[in-house]
Design a protein around this ligand. Structure first.
Ligand code: XMP
Length: 326
């Protein structure tokens, strides 16, 4: 029986010293559990899987194989950051899978949001399974489960409908963060030397930009989501809003409106900006972004992002709007 209750006397990890103590304890526990055997980890580049990877690299080095699946729905620069941090800097055994065409081909023409989520989840498992079968002698599967996942509080990971690996690929689980809350995972991540931008990044849904390219995903509109998101993030960072606003991103809906550029009429997409604050993602309020900054971001997006002629700011709290548009 696995114990899934956080010990009552477990101290909250709030300082680097407490994080180092946790790391030392985990390194011995992981070495005791894994011995000289091999471990596999799906490394998305999100906070939880990144911290698990960094811990395991310290504990068992090359006995760990990380698989990073690029499904084409990641933010600009993310797959590159995963490769740079884990393969080049931390010297991890990292399998990078370019599955972009595979995912986008499967998603072509699919407009129903839950169907899109299911396709992304199922395809992810399939790609991961194929990679797992190529590796020999794996006995453990590491996961970035954290305590709120066990408590199932809040909708953030309740959305996960990834399913599981087939029965003949059942490995023993390694879940070193399962009693930690998100803020504790971040303190541990920094103590392990992960970049601040990785450890403090905003929540990002499993289906990624796929839920922000509403309706049937096309490659050109997906690029418009990715590029406008990158501009928004850059401007938020420059203007002191990174780390202050809980979640911010752009959406590109699948309809067009008229515009005019250099005296030529255009018929292009709008970009919608969403920036919200919340404690548990059950309700959310809209960030009061300075109007001049909104105008500057609008100017950049309409001039730098291909296929876009308008920018809108979503003023809707949750309820009545959800945080994501799909
Ligand atoms: P909503 O849109 O329901 O989102 O207000 C609440 C929080 O959950 C995130 N979210 C997801 N996370 N898979 C995820 O891992 C999903 O399918 C998914 N959908 C929404 C959303 O980004 C927000 O933080």
């Amino acid at each position: 029986m696995t114990n899934n209750v956080r010990p009552a006397d477990m101290e909250r990890i709030t300082t680097p010293a407490l994080a180092n103590k946790f790391i030392e304890e985990q390194l011995s526990a992981l070495r005791a559990q894994i011995g000289s055997k091999k471990v596999l980890l799906a490394l998305s580049g999100g906070v939880d899987s990144s911290v698990v990877a960094a811990l395991l690299i310290k504990a068992v080095g090359n006995q760990l194989t990380c698989v990073h699946v690029n499904h084409g729905l990641l933010r600009k620069g993310e797959p590159e950051q995963v490769v740079r941090v884990f393969r080049e800097e931390m010297k991890a055994n990292l399998v990078y899978v370019d599955a972009v065409d595979r995912f986008l081909d499967k998603l072509a023409g699919v407009s129903e949001p839950e169907q899109k989520r299911k396709i992304i989840g199922a395809e992810f498992i399939r790609v991961f399974e194929e990679e797992a079968r190529k590796l020999e002698g794996i006995e453990f599967l590491a996961q970035g489960t954290i305590y709120p996942d066990i408590l199932e509080s809040g909708p953030v990971k309740a959305h996960h409908n990834v399913g599981g690996l087939p029965d003949d690929l059942k490995f023993e689980l390694v879940e070193p963060l399962k009693f930690l809350f998100k803020d504790e995972v971040r303190v541990v991540g920094e103590a392990l030397g992960l970049p601040h931008s990785m450890v403090y990044r905003q929540p990002f849904p499993g289906p990624g930009l796929g839920v922000r390219c509403t309706g049937a995903i096309t490659r050109d509109r997906l690029e418009a989501v990715r590029e406008s998101d990158a501009i928004l993030r850059e401007e938020f960072a420059k203007n002191g809003l990174e780390g202050k606003v809980w979640q911010y991103f752009t959406i590109v809906p699948d309809y067009k409106s008229t515009g005019v550029k250099e005296n030529v009429r255009s018929y292009e997409w709008p970009v919608v900006i969403r920036a919200v604050n919340t404690k548990d993602a059950m309700t959310a309020t809209v960030e009061d972004i300075p109007f001049a900054l909104l105008q500057h971001i609008t100017n950049r997006i309409t001039h730098e992002v291909k296929g876009v002629n308008r920018v809108l700011y979503d003023l809707t709290p949750k309820p009545t709007g959800t945080i994501e548009w799909e």
